[in-house]
Write a protein that binds this ligand. Structure first.
Ligand code: ZN
Ligand code: ZN
Length: 77
């Protein structure tokens, strides 16, 4: 499905979680172990590794978002 992300992306995903205190921007879940660094523009669509291209979602919102079940415009956040 997706190409393997280079370390620069993995590192930024870690950074954004720290910056946003591991808080899910959708449901405001604050559990650190649930936090996921999410690409606004997916890596598979040439999304950059600029920190602005990342945000924090919890695991369940992340899964829902990628399954198209989250009815929000994430760019507004
Ligand atoms: Zn959430
Ligand atoms: Zn994602």
């Amino acid at each position: 499905m997706s190409k393997k992300r280079p370390y620069s992306h993995v590192k930024k995903q870690r950074e954004i979680k720290e910056l946003q205190n591991n808080i899910c921007i959708v449901c405001l879940n604050t559990e650190k172990k649930e936090a996921r660094g999410h690409h606004l523009i997916p890596y598979s669509e040439d999304g950059s590794n600029n920190i602005l291209n990342f945000t924090t979602l919890c695991n369940s919102c992340h899964i829902k978002y990628h399954a198209g079940k989250l009815n929000i415009d994430i760019y507004r956040f």
